[in-house]
Design a protein around this ligand. Structure first.
Ligand SMILES: O=C(O)C(=O)Cc1ccc(O)cc1
Ligand SMILES: [Fe+2]
Length: 438
């Protein structure tokens, strides 16, 4: 079966207080509220910055949800229709529909009780054929192809459950839709806020926190269902084990995968990164390495899920400076990171100021490789850089956080940064746990 082309559309949150998260994204991270949908039972807010779109879904209030179901039964919610023109789709099998939206559009209500980022939504060319592929793969389909219309046209979407914790995927064909976002949403005409000095262009990667030993199964599932491919994060990574970073309090196994976009067909590989090419990173802890943030996530989140989303910025220094003023809180890297032998020179060689990076807590890694003729002595040394910083957790649990990342040639991750990021998050969690036990 042909591999489907995917384009990231948005990443959705499910939270109890949608207005609070909306405020955080708009006021602190300077996202722009551009579309919303408010009904008796639920509120959905769409915010964007560059091509990065978050959808904030507020959990429907239960009392009202019953009224909603009644309205649906009485046919007063005529907006949503199951498709009838996709005649070849087997609609008649028993579908395990988990409360079909309770009026949430493009998503399902999950049983997850903590605030969570749980849906990565893609645009596809043909929902019907993808649905048939997923059905054949034995995927759990939560909403079969469904049509939604408004004055600007119509879309068809379906929602499936992944095999990772509470992660769902919505697939949308919006080729017959001319509106800003999706049917059913009211577009908000407020002038786009000047992004100022905090420019975000796209989602760089999404990292899943996975149980120990599950990554290879997850990778296989994404390969089988959507034609994802393994992506090597580091040259030392081995095909079976993934990229392992251990010692000094770190115990992490990373495996990365990427999906197939139209740009991969039009251009020859290896590719220049397109803004929509977001990668997926599977993170699991290693046994016997002590307390760690991946397992803390699994405990506090109630299972596997999206641990962080990395926002790409073309100028991380300016963005962090701006975000510090708007009140974004970042974790602090171990001070020794900046005083390690050679770090200062490395930072200078990348054209950055070591003192500034240390003040802001931005990490810089360098990937050195040989370029040119057969990697022989005529080859030139090529240095590619990567700068990163993690925020503190966004919700009240030690679960989801955001990352800012700027790449200068480097496409994977560097070990030095991962260690420092891990230690920074761990120091924050350990401190918080000490405070709570006092
Ligand atoms: O370095 C990155 O951006 C990663 O995404 C790798 C990673 C994954 C999980 C962690 O708890 C810490 C680092
Ligand atoms: Fe990351």
């Amino acid at each position: 079966m042909a591999t489907p082309f995917l384009t990231l559309n948005h990443i959705a949150f499910h939270v109890t207080n949608g207005a609070a998260l909306l405020q955080e994204l708009v006021n602190k991270f300077q996202f722009h509220l551009f579309a919303m949908r408010v009904t008796e039972t639920t509120r959905q807010f769409a915010v964007k910055k560059g091509s990065a779109v978050f959808l904030v879904n507020e959990r429907p209030k239960l009392g009202v949800a019953t009224a909603q179901q009644k309205a649906r039964q009485e046919g007063r919610l005529g907006l949503i229709q199951e498709c009838t023109d996709l005649s070849c789709i087997p609609f008649n099998h028993a579908l395990p529909i988990v409360c079909p939206g309770l009026d949430l559009l493009y998503d399902v209500c999950t049983s997850c009780s903590v605030d969570t980022a749980s849906n990565v939504s893609f645009e596809v060319e043909d929902v019907g054929s993808l649905y048939r592929r997923l059905y054949a793969c034995g995927c759990q389909i939560l909403i079969p192809p469904t049509e939604v219309k408004d004055d600007s046209g119509c879309v068809i979407y379906c929602v499936i459950k992944s095999i990772v914790g509470n992660i769902y995927h919505t697939f949308i064909d919006r080729s017959r839709y001319t509106g800003e976002f999706l049917p059913g949403f009211q577009v908000i005409d407020s002038p786009a806020m000047a992004s100022g000095l905090a420019e975000i262009t796209h989602f760089d990667h999404v990292t899943y926190a996975c149980p120990q030993g599950s990554s290879s199964q997850v990778l296989k599932w994404y390969e089988k269902c959507f034609g994802f491919q393994r992506f090597q994060l580091h040259e030392e990574e081995n095909a079976e084990d993934g990229y392992i970073i251990s010692g000094d309090g770190v115990g992490l196994r990373l495996t990365a995968m990427q999906y197939w976009t139209c740009s991969k067909v039009a251009l020859s590989l290896p590719l220049p990164r397109k803004q929509s090419d977001c990668r997926f990173v599977l993170a699991e802890s290693l046994p016997g390495q002590g307390r760690n943030q991946v397992d803390t996530f699994l405990e506090q989140h109630g299972g596997a899920g999206i641990q962080h989303v990395a926002l790409y910025t073309p100028d991380i220094i300016a963005t962090v400076r701006t975000f510090c003023c708007t009140g974004v809180q970042f974790v602090t890297p171990p001070p020794a990171y900046y005083t390690e032998t050679g770090k200062e020179e490395e930072i200078r060689a990348a054209g950055q100021d070591p003192q500034l990076l240390s003040q802001l807590g931005v990490l810089l890694d360098t990937d050195v490789s040989m370029k040119g003729e057969g990697r022989g002595c005529q080859g030139m040394v090529e240095r590619r850089h990567l700068m990163q910083i993690f925020t503190k957790p966004i919700f009240s649990e030690e679960t989801f956080f955001l990352e800012l990342i700027q790449r200068q040639g480097a496409s994977g991750f560097g070990e030095g940064n991962i260690r420092a990021l891990w230690q920074a998050v761990q120091a924050f969690i350990d401190q918080k746990e000490r405070e709570q036990s006092n």
